[in-house]
Design a protein around this ligand. Sequence first.
Ligand code: ADP
Length: 332
Amino acid sequence: MVVDTEVVNSITTESRKPEVSENRIDVKNLSHAYPERRALENVSFSVSSGEIFGLLGPNGSGKTTLFKILSTLIPITSGTAHILGYNLATEVRMIRDFLGVVFQHPGLDGKLTIVENLRHHGHLYGLSGKTLHHRISELLECFGVADRAKEHVEILSGGLKRRVEIAKALLHTPRVLMLDEPTSGLDMTARQQLNNYLGALAQTQDILVLMTTHLLEDAETCDRVGILDDGRLVALGEPDELKAEVGGDVILIETTDSDILGTAITERFGISTALTDDGLRLECERGHEFVRDVVATFPDEIQSIRFGKPTLADVFIKLTGNPFQERKDRQN
Ligand code: ADP
């Protein structure tokens, strides 16, 4: 896929709002409780212009709640958040002017064409005439859908629809783009394409991109990620930095009796192991040598063995002690 960065670059700033005091999002000690459930606890992070920030977490970790608060859908009740210098508690209207939001649920009218959808949305934001026409054209170019402009949305693939949704959210030239699970329901190719488009957008525009995801592959494409677990932010940083903190290699061993082999490996090699859905898991330096040695030591016990560099799932396991999967709800 070719992302036309010149076109992305050329998206006008004609309709840009007045200057903002700070080109960042700052969230401090944000907590949120539903009547029967605590969903967020003391979450703090910042996002700077030009970066894609991913909120990664398994289902139930609090991503949607945080997304709804930051996108002004539900009020902030504890802690503070400033978006472009505006206080989320008291300046919601100002913030909305600068915000483009893409929700998980489709917001396009399938019976209308792409261009009709965008035109209607533009009117809602007070855009019209040549300005709107020009803006729609450049966004269609930017997201590679210009040649489909007159097609009805209902016949488009999921990936194309999502790109049109994002174009729609950008019509009024927001300074902050927030996307809730933007790649959900897309196949691998469409996901990669979408991530490429978002990357080009963040690099070439003066825009902050914040997205939620429960997919490790999507989080890998972000400049920085915040990992949520059970309402708490357990990690914050660049994906490579976070993975480097795990250190060494990750080994997964399949065996018939994990408890016995785990104890034997610890006794023999001095390395602690953990039982996971994928088998017996351990971390060590120079994994290729360990694989050779452990297979030589326990040739009959080991059914299969894999080793690789740490992923963000390994970061999650290291920090929480839990596999990266759905967590059970808990009470307040
Ligand atoms: P995620 O988006 O990561 O799946 P959510 O923010 O949807 O997480 O949910 C976080 C927690 O808050 C979960 O325990 C969930 O059951 C709970 N929760 C979410 N929405 C509501 C609601 N409207 N009322 C009560 N509890 C909710």
